[in-house]
Design a protein around this ligand. Sequence first.
Ligand code: PLP
Length: 359
Amino acid sequence: MHKKLLLPGPTEVSQEILREQTHFLIGHRDRAFSELYGGITAKLRNFFELPEDCKPTVTTSSGTLWFDIVGRSIVKKKALVCINGAFSERLGKTIRACGKKADFIEVDWGKAVKPNMISEKLESGEYDTLAICHNESSTGVRNPIHEVGKKVRENYPDVILAIDSVSSMAGDKTLPAEIGCDIIFASTQKCFALPPGLAVGLVNDRALERAREVPNRGSYTDLVEIFEFEKKHQTPFTPNISLLYALNKRMDLLLEETYDHVYERHKTMADYTQQWAKKHFALFPEPGYESVTVTCIQNTSGKSVRKLNEKLAEKGFMISNGYGKLAEKTFRIGHMGEWKLAGIKEVLAAIEGIWRLET
Ligand SMILES: Cc1ncc(COP(=O)(O)O)c(C=O)c1O
């Protein structure tokens, strides 16, 4: 039986999108490819209202490639990395694994990183890069990246601001011009509601200038090379053409729905799920910093989340257990991508039935 995915990625993908992957293949140096790919980047530019100095690209990778891109192509001397969950921790470790120095601002899982914590550290002038995760999928915390961006742009013009928007882009508010970031990236198996295998990066000229100054950028992680090929509407290496067809269709659907409506739809689902969670359980994130795309709920019932998921499977749904050390202590409901409020209500009602919660 097909289980509809309410995970914080991969999320449910419609058959309409899945079918797009069955196009006959084209050569990635053929004009037909440049037309397809150039069309996608034009749509990304349009949807994310990119200013002239900010360019989109699509890599054949999951989102984590961009951790390495930041480590290899952006960090010159030293990075400051904000850590408040599993993915931001991996971001920090990856930058170090790329051979770069990195200091961490670490806050407890469930808490957000605040702009004043960052400016205290940036004040030292030691850092050329600030890396932060917008939406910590492991904890359901949404960091205040707009406030962070404002602080960085006003006070630290030489710092490159890199944002992991893996589970928020195309769901939450992530316009680079509004945030003031230099690099922001996402995987397509989250709010873009595609199969895994592609990542979207929005990169401005300041970041590219920085990349030109950084030696040993590697090959797949060389941002300069990636954007050299962008000029021809191509990618340096063979891309996943089938998935690009699917992304092309997704961009049409997103543009049709409009950026504002996409956000409103996600916010409506988040508000509803969070009200429901507060009625029956408690939210895990610090109040005021709840994600718009995934709700992380404290399992105050003491019942087994694993067994809940087994029962939900019989009804055709799958939610997510808590991440790592939060397994069974929390559970997560991903409301992203193609999901709408009616579907979320159905799932929450199913949980009420299985756990016999008061309605
Ligand atoms: C916030 C965040 N960052 C990074 C990643 C890693 O992305 P990927 O699995 O596409 O490499 C994830 C995956 O869940 C994520 O949620």
